[in-house]
Design a protein around this ligand. Sequence first.
Ligand code: AMP
Ligand code: MG
Length: 341
Amino acid sequence: METKIIHPNNIKEAVDAIKRGELVSFPTETVYGLGADATNETAVKQVYLAKGRPSDNPLIVHISNKEQVNEFTNDIPEKAQQLMDAFWPGPLTLIFNLKDTSVLPSVVTGGLQTAAFRMPNNELTLQLIEQSNTVLVGPSANTSGLPSPTTAKHVYHDLNGKIFGVLDGGACQVGVESTVLDMTSVDGVPIILRPGAITKDQLSELIGDVQMDRHILSEGEAPKAPGMKYKHYSPNTPVIMINNQLNNWQEAIDFYRKIGKNVGILSSETTRKKLEDYTSFYKLSEIADVSEAMRHLFAGLRELDQPEKKIDVILAETFNEEDKGLAYMNRLKKAANQKFF
Ligand code: AMP
Ligand code: MG
């Protein structure tokens, strides 16, 4: 089966496929999701198969209006209601206790008593969910382990032949996955399980105390969110991070050139202008802007990973691990397997 690239005008084709229990990738503001009817266990199982995703890693349920969460939970704390009003639709996923475990198939929840919900900020996808008359799971539409897809072409590259189609909504604006916030902690203080474009400060400004899951800051320990323990976001070409304090780009380039390696540069234009003797360059941003770099990070990793580029090592620009830089570095460190030059 050749995977179809579906034009927004033909959204009905995508809706019908979802209703038949097939898989359709959809655009969101974060990354492309791999959509399947979350209430159809057989369809959800296909998602794990298509991605090669470990089956104990729960999925996010994508909804088309805020009221839909009430079908699954009757435990929405006041703080969560405030967050939903402020940030939905948007790149924030909230974890709630379920009414009971039968409201969603256990392939969606990983057998947990909780589930993760998000209302994506993409008009086309909100229509897809609404017209499908259900809610959709939507993990990133990539082969598990590779960088997440931010264009329909990325999805096609990874999943052609494995899914019905990709609803083409153009390039994603945010570029990294949603902030995941656990609203079920016993002491009532919400916990960030995955950093994203919505920062800890933005959340606390609205609802007070918010904790960062300690595994986000200290990599290598056993993680709480099931998905965090797996290899993630990595291209086949090795990635090495350049410490933004040391700024030792030229030293790194010279080192790899001496041992006969072709170097690919993933950085701002400002950084590139100071360098010489590299094989390829992908522009993350004009002047080291973290939001712009976040938008282009996965696309850049994929671009420099193309075999015809013959790149042996990708050198990547880093940011301070604060605010949005935390989300950017969370993804890049995994892509680079924690390696700095
Ligand atoms: P992905 O679908 O790849 O964007 O990943 C979703 C993230 O949310 C993964 O890190 C999951 O482990 C996490 N997640 C989803 N549901 C839950 C849940 N009920 N409890 C904790 N983490 C969850
Ligand atoms: Mg993913």
